[in-house]
Ligand binder design. Sequence first.
Ligand code: TRP
Length: 332
Amino acid sequence: MERKVALTGIKPTGLPHIGNYFGMYKPAIGLARNYDTRYFIADYHALNSMRDPKKIRELTYEVAATWLAMGLNPDKSILYKQSAVGGTFELTIFLMAFTSKGLMNRAHSYKAKVAENIELGRDLDDGVNMGLFTYPVLMAADILQFDSDVVPVGKDQAQHLEMAVDIAQTINHNYGKELLKVPAALIRESTGLVIGLDGRKMSKSYNNTIPLFLPEKKLRKLLMKIVTNSQTVDEPKNPDKCNIFALYKLFTDKEQQAEMRKKYKAGGMGWGSAKQELFEILNETIAPIRQRYENLINNKDYIDEVLRNGAERASEIVYKKLSFLRKEIGLG
Ligand code: TRP
């Protein structure tokens, strides 16, 4: 039986922290067990707001190296850069013809920009380029070109995904047949799962993150900053009200957690040694990923090769889809 297709779109932003690792990377890579998985770096989407060529290139390598270091297998999955598959942009033009301007007017990312302009007393269209305005159409093309079955996205992208569904349905309805597979969203709940150094959700905007690729010494130093209460070494402690233990749980099994619970309850363990234990276990998990990342980022030729190969395989699928569509709509 043919496997279903899962597509993951990746914005080239900075390096991951452990919240991203558990919230996004691990589940997205896990999809490869049951799906035909495709991952791409949305560099043309990034261009709407990122104009430094050096920066885009750098971030693209970083993000590719990160996914590969996390265990994305480029032989089993396809990893490519959006800009390298020209067919996506032809499909975008086709989709444009069926996308009402009204639909785009309602897109959150565009509306947020307009709202900001209103607040600052600027012209409504200030800083709004057509890339931003039509962002959901390109996103729909990313998805529909592969007949994707599922698309894992954060909650912030749920509306964009609904727009892809809307566009596909409009086209299918117009031609009276299923020219395009209607995709389903796999919405990632914002995982309150991973807390940051201060006990709030781990997030760059709270400045409480633990970057995944921090060198060992810096990692240890950072973990020593985890916020605790002021109990003394001797006092018995409550693991369920402790930021250290909350992080510890992510990296350990039930037995290790039970052991650690005992140490908390018995008293005699200071926060310093609890943090040290967390560091050791965390470092043990991260070290191989960090090492792979270091190797990859220093081997750009390899990354180029993976991305080139990915783009070729993606293009083949996309061009097949396009030639089918061209015939169906009377252009081919
Ligand atoms: N818009 C997505 C984000 O900001 C990235 C993205 C672009 C995407 N195209 C996609 C995600 C297609 C899923 C499918 O995170």
